[in-house]
Design a binder for this molecule. Sequence first.
Ligand code: 3UK
Length: 540
Amino acid sequence: MTYTAHIDTFARDNLPPQDQWADLIFDLPELQYPDKLNCAVELLDKAIDNGWGDRVAILGNGIQWTYSELLEKVNQAANVLTEDLGLVSGNRVLLRGANHPMLAVTWFAVIKAGMIAVTTMPLLRAKELGEIIDKAQVQVVLCDSRFADEMQKTESDYLKQTLYYFTDAADGFESHMATKSTDFAAVDTALDDTCLIAFTSGTTGIPKATMHFHRDVMAICDTFPKSVVKIQADDICIGSPPLGFTFGLGGILLFPMRVGGTSILIEKYSPESYLQTIADFKATISWTAPFFYRKMADIAANYDLSSLRKTISAGEALPAATRKIWKEATGIEMIDGIGATELLHIFISHTEDEAKPNATGKPVPGYQAKVIDENGNEAPVGTVGRLAAKGPTGCRYLADDRQTVYVQDGWNITGDSYLVDEEGYFVYQARSDDMIITTGYNVAGPEVEGALLKHDSIAECAVVGAPDEERGTILKAYIVLREGFKGSDELVKELQDFVKNDIAPYKYPRAIEFISALPRTQTGKVQRYVLRQQAWQETK
Ligand code: 3UK
């Protein structure tokens, strides 16, 4: 660690000590990057050098920009940051907005200017925004004016200025941009200068900020999407996750841009509008969460999805039943992959040919993974333990004691319980905190959910441990029914018998409650702790 382009050294000063990092592996030829590397230049300026200037880079919300057009806007925005806002390399700029081509402009501008993009979820409230700004010591916010309310309520001593886009006000971001040159000389950052601070969607405590280098951004573009998805120059990517969630950032924006493809950025989708957008823009690769595919499977037949060739599911485990109905509805074998904010993107997955129901797959080329027991030793085949992974990207929390919880012995410990089967596939069990101990057995809620989801009546469900006077803890299923079904004692009995027929009988849910929707995080994950709390309160 010698060269840095950062004038403001905050990020470098707050990296965890290097002996607390995960081991980094760069043995693939495609992961050899020069010491000076700016990922915005690699993804945008180099696209023009590659002759892709006239190809469509970004579509959506009534906009269609070629790579050349996008570059000009990015350069203008970068000039605003340095000339009008007086920012210098290494400063942090928080980006707040819905998925939209303009959000991509701000992302590239900040990074091209050697600053650090702090990406956020659009639904965050003032309190959460304040915590993020304090933690990353953010100087400037670029905000979609439609999300101004909570921004204006946000307090922090670090924040110097907020600039809004999509506003008629004379000092809006676009009016600044309009006065600027369409040329901008990128800052020559080091490959290990931080360019992105992404907050985890953790449910408790102060949010954790993960720091990612220019090299990390390139590494995720050059591994999973190339070797597993096999993304190509004519691919058009669609996805629902916000760009504030690295699943969306990579899949919808960075991966297509790495190969000269097209990104569709639209702010909000229903299952219907997502399918319609695939048809309208002839999208070829889709990135979203398992429950969203499940909802779409029911209505997919009504849309022309002939352009679609790859569908990627991540964020939560993909139940076998969802894989099956999606394939029946579209003919496409789903690609499941586990990723994490700490590792930036997906590190275990499989190609369509290698798909195996209920298995996440094998380490993505460039990554290594294993399952370990309580002592940190590799667990025998078929034995549940903790997932450990490493590769070209890895966890670096900004000034956070929890670094030594996530990284142990050079491995990233994701907090997931997994097993490796006889064929070397990694099979997800549960978040380690969500394993349920009932009458002496260890049960993974998702296995029971997987059994329930095979029943026609169920739209989605979650299984948690609930208190029981006699048995200590029992399994309780919270179930959302498909349209046309009604909860009843008979259906409860039918579902319980259905599960007992599919998996070991002790895993059946002794309690079942029908609810209208599952509580979810903004990244689409079921909030099992909310249901757990609910179950405990109900029995009090
Ligand atoms: C869970 C999965 C089973 C798992 C993410 C793709 O989800 C992402 O990042 P987060 O930091 O959460 C990480 C945790 O989510 N998970 C994700 N994918 C799967 N569990 N099967 C899966 N396929 O508990 C993991 O530890 O929000 C996903 C790309 C980038 C991401 N940041």
